[in-house]
Design a protein. Structure first.
Length: 256
């Protein structure tokens, strides 16, 4: 699979083959596979894990949290068999523990969203982006990497002073989009489109991706815990690396 971090190349296929030649119809011995994941890939991961469960008979227990929280939970010694996170985070983990291959899942960019009642043209140029920020009563961003990137964008555009009074910061993308839906004001929220999907039928409307020069993509991957349930975790990673699972991620907006 293309676009892997260094530890993925070559080692991923060899290690997974050594542990599990193919995703078997049934695997015995493991009660469940514990997965810790960022919320950005929740929609795709939930569907893929469901397919994996039906195929293997294994149960996957998945917990979603922002990157900073995942770091804390892993550092605190919480049990996990598979970790899904941005590739740089997985690379850090590899550098401090036994070498474990990474399955690259794809990348996600940043988009804007508003309430469906809000008239807003698609954000397709930097000028339109600036106008949208100026017109908003509130700008909702996360405290994570996407929010940090947007703050650098505001600064690069020379708008930090003007926008600071109306910027609100939230735990993650889901909290951002809930704020957009719950506020009676004109709120524009920014986050990853994969996190917008659960709110589409509640009145959330995507207003467009950040213009190319302002865009930031985050690449995600999955890694097995070298001290966890290796055969079961390897089986799940093999499935996540399959064509069937990749198509699920593509449909959810996690692109290659």
């Amino acid at each position: 699979m293309a676009n892997r971090c260094p530890a993925v190349v070559g080692a991923c296929g060899l290690a997974l083959v050594a542990l599990c030649l193919a995703v078997p119809a049934r695997i015995s011995g493991a009660a469940e596979i514990v997965v810790l994941s960022v919320g950005a890939v929740e929609v795709a991961l939930r569907e893929s894990c469901g397919r994996f469960e039906r195929r293997t008979g294994l149960h996957v227990r998945t917990s979603y949290a922002p990157v900073a929280t995942l770091r804390q939970r892993v550092a605190a010694g919480e049990r996990w068999d598979v970790l899904v996170a941005p590739l740089p985070v997985l690379a850090e983990l590899q550098s401090t523990s036994a070498s474990t291959p990474v399955v690259a899942l794809g990348r996600v960019g940043l988009s804007a969203a508003v309430h469906a009642r809000t008239p807003l043209r698609a954000i397709d140029t930097v000028d339109v982006f600036r106008q949208a920020l100026t017109a908003a009563d509130e700008i909702a961003i996360s405290r994570g990497t996407s929010g940090q990137h947007l703050e650098t964008v505001f600064d690069a555009l020379g708008m930090t002073s003007a926008l600071s009074p109306k910027v609100t910061r939230h735990a993650d993308g889901h909290a951002v989009f809930r704020r957009v839906l719950e506020s009676p004001r004109h709120v524009i929220g920014f986050g990853q489109p994969t996190e917008m999907k659960p709110y589409a039928d509640q009145g959330l409307r995507e207003a467009g991706a950040l213009p190319g020069s302002l865009q930031q993509y985050v690449s995600y991957g999955a890694i097995a815990n070298p001290t966890g349930d290796a055969p079961a975790a390897a089986s799940l990673l093999t499935f996540l690396d399959s064509r069937a699972s990749r198509s699920v991620f593509e449909r959810a907006g996690v692109t290659q």
